[in-house]
Design a protein around this ligand. Structure first.
Ligand code: IFM
Length: 440
């Protein structure tokens, strides 16, 4: 890889990221059923109806996985704590689950890895999903209680806490586009989820601060949107998509408002009195987490369903997901976020990575495309730093090949190959290249 640690400011954090449901194995340790188990069991929702029951069996193999993190020379490990493992019905504590995260955090510290925790990475307990999930305001207060419980157990040892991972996916992708659990295509449910997930963030932030936890933030995902052509309609379509995807969450958090282009569709469906929640939602952050993968080209559509847009991939090379590789989008978001929203606040790239159809040949995985992908996105990050963004770290997604939600186990994002029959781990060429780069 054509970059090295010394290209970055002193103290820059290099890490890799995972999420509980995608790697742990939810059939172990008394974890409760989640809305992803239900979604996966429905017809046509997930490739081969695969779920996270075993996943990478990280629950039993975490020591081996953290050894590989340490061996690579990473500074930090971004992980999530499953609500359904800690509170199987969303309300009652499961000691076994709390013990697991206790051991996991200690194992990170023993290896010199800073624990970067995410509280919610999508495994909503089924009992709460049955009560309306994120369309129900009560879920936000329950999430606050989960925050208290897990923080009382591991909050003394984590380096950073993010409340929610990718609220756009939790709300819009899952309740309006129907691609993720609970699989709804319902604008009223989506509007409520778009607001309640932020209310859950604000509630959790308040609970964390009450316990004296520092370094609290949120992880938002951003998708670069360009108009497909110069027409006024395409420009308008890109602006509307940008408002829904890229501006809704950050504007609520930093300015206490929602963009008018997005409210145009959602306003009639918002929960009553939502304006009164904006002060809680817009509490100060200690950091912003940025997840970035790709860009899309937007045009207007004659379709009479709001937001009247069509989205397609750009012309560049694609990953196994079919996503265009577009590193400049990362540079552009990091500088835009610093300029328009967060100023000097520390920003972490909390996820960036690519899926590829990796195979083991002669005991090795030669993933040259991923090596180039990482180098290009690292270069985009250094450029953004040069342009003034206060970027403090970069986490590759993901440490391991894992459960890629609606795509099951088919899409491989890992630096480490996982054989899902034997669960054997094989570090890929990208793992070795990244190890050398951050050692330099
Ligand atoms: O696997 C996901 C992760 O859970 C959230 N961010 C995007 C990744 C790749 O799709």
């Amino acid at each position: 890889m054509n970059f090295q640690r010394s290209d970055f400011p002193a103290g820059f954090v290099f890490g890799a990221a995972t999420a509980a449901y995608q790697i742990e194995g939810h059939q172990f340790g008394g974890a409760g059923p989640t809305h992803w188990d239900t979604f996966a069991a429905g017809p046509g929702n997930v490739v081969r109806a695969e779920d996270g029951a075993i996943a990478c069996d990280h629950y039993h193999r975490f020591a081996e996985d953290l050894d590989l993190m340490k061996e690579a020379g990473f500074d930090a490990y971004r992980f999530s704590t499953s609500w359904a493992r800690v509170m199987p019905d969303g309300r009652q504590m499961n000691e076994e689950g709390l013990d697991f995260y206790d051991r996991l955090v200690d194992a990170m510290l023993e290896r010199g890895l800073q624990p970067f925790q995410t509280l919610y990475h999508w495994e909503l307990p089924s009992v709460l999903a049955d009560k309306g999930g994120w369309t129900n305001r009560d879920t936000c207060a329950y999430f606050g209680d989960f925050t208290d419980v897990i923080t009382d157990r591991i909050g003394d040892r984590v380096s950073s806490v993010a409340t929610i991972n990718e609220p756009w996916c939790v709300a819009y992708l899952s309740h309006f586009l129907g691609h993720h659990a609970p699989g709804l295509r319902d604008i009223r449910a989506a509007a409520r989820a778009m607001h309640h997930i932020l209310l859950a963030h604000g509630t959790a932030l308040e609970r964390l601060r009450a316990k004296g936890i520092s370094n609290c933030g949120i992880v938002l995902n951003f998708d670069h949107t360009d108009p497909k052509d110069d027409s006024a309609d395409a420009v308008q379509a890109a602006a509307t998509t940008d408002a829904i995807f890229n501006r809704w969450f950050i504007e609520a958090i930093t300015k206490g408002t929602y963009p008018s282009e997005a409210l145009e569709g959602f306003a009639p469906h918002m929960p009553g009195g939502w304006q009164d929640d904006m002060a809680l939602i817009s509490q100060r952050l200690d950091f912003l987490g940025v997840n970035y993968y790709t860009r899309h080209l937007l045009s207007a559509t004659a379709n009479n369903v709001w937001p009247h847009t069509t989205s397609e991939e750009g012309p560049g090379a694609k990953t196994q997901m079919g996503w265009e590789i577009y590193p400049d989008g990362l540079r552009s978001f990091l500088t835009r976020l610093a300029r328009d929203y967060v100023g000097d606040l520390p920003i972490y790239v909390t996820e960036n990575g690519m899926a590829w159809n990796d195979h083991i040949e002669d005991g090795a995985v030669t993933d040259q495309t991923r090596i180039q992908f990482i180098a290009d996105h690292m270069a985009a990050t250094t450029q953004a730093i040069a342009e003034g963004a206060n970027v403090r770290g970069f986490f590759y997604w993901s440490l391991l090949d894992n459960y890629e939600w609606a795509f099951g186990y088919e899409k491989r994002f890992g630096l480490i190959h996982v054989d899902f029959e034997t669960l054997k781990r094989t570090p890929k060429a990208s793992y070795h290249a990244l190890k050398s780069a951050i050692a330099r």
